[in-house]
Design a protein around this ligand. Sequence first.
Ligand code: ATP
Length: 430
Amino acid sequence: MKNLQDKMSVCFSQSTMMLLKKVGDVAKHMGCKAYLIGGTVRDLFLHKENLDIDIVIEGDAILFGERVAHELHGIIVSHKRFGTCTVTTPEYVKIDFATARRETYAKPAALPEVEFSSFKDDLVRRDFTVNAMAISLNEGDFGALIDFFDGVGDIEKKHIKALHDKSFVDDPTRILRGIRLERRLGFIIEPHTANLMRRSIEKEIYKRVEKPRLRDEIILALKEKGPFRIIERMNEFRALKIVHPYLKLHKEVDGIFTAIDEACGWYNDNSPRKRSIEKWLIYLMALFGDVSYDGALYFCNKFELKRGERLRMLSYKKQGTKVLKTLNAKRKILPSKIYRLLEPLSHEATLLLMAVSRSDIGKGRIMEFFHKYNGMRASVRGDDIKALGVKAGPHFAKIMEKILYKKLDGILNTREEELEYAKKLAKRRL
Ligand code: ATP
């Protein structure tokens, strides 16, 4: 059996190595076995550091995690139903522990029946050979590679290969996982596996999968570096219908994805108010460019998008084209108008408008919005308006809004000028 201890010492940091040794010590004291598993093992062969540490225990993973957390002064979060837990060390390293389990699928794409089992069964339930390798952390054979399915051979051949012929019938989310992994690693889905995937897609077995599981995979695909390559490959497999039945890949999408990268790069370098951006959502909105509002609504409902995500996606669908047309117009537009057009939209939607705008005028106005107008406030405060005898309510908000618009347009330049204007507005209603 190949021992990887030397390779591990080169690839893993000293603290990760100490941590893995500690896991081995705890296993010895508790009289059970512990194995490092999944992506970390795969990436070790690719000389890539992977900080997602997944450990399988032949024994009670929660008790095990509690002991590790105690010894490392870490924090544990347990999921009793699944027999799993996550320990976070004081250095913020996260380790996931799971009890070895066997999964059987009573029906295609159904949730598997799970029973706690041996470590070998735990490898059999995995998606691809390159993900089904493990490393022993146990005293006596620490560092020994366990590779029942020749994952190492497939890494050398750069192959993504399913473990068995029913893999994509049992769990069609593996179609999306396989494409994502292939593109990320620069591998190729080997021909037999590709045929199995095609068959599962043709039979539309994915329709029986719990929608949030598919949604999570779609989001992960869009979070990868260079997501267009994944979308393109999904299109080759006719797998875009998993996302939406009417989704088509148009020629322009490639260019739009690049323009989104540029717009987000500009935003990160230049916007004074750096709110974090959900870039995957911008790609998704771009992908849905030709799908109708009702089609987008269907997607949001079916995949149970979070409220905020849904609002952002739908507001773009509703307003995007109209707003862009106005912004691209050659005639003069007051800053307050630009503000009123863009402020109700999310930053994601605005960045997409910037990416798809073919006009320098439109792009310039959006940049101006991010630079100057967004986040601008009137200098007078609510208390100043109250002092003028205005009661809280719509009139109050209207006064604040009018002051802001005049400030944006450069008509009111000092706090005194704002107060003067506020007095005038207040009198009209007193
Ligand atoms: P990364 O985190 O780098 O994307 P990973 O391989 O660690 O890659 P995870 O999603 O964290 O991916 O999953 C961990 C492991 O769990 C995988 O390596 C794989 O062995 C297994 N796994 C995850 N999802 C499935 C699935 N749908 N079917 C079978 N095995 C799966």
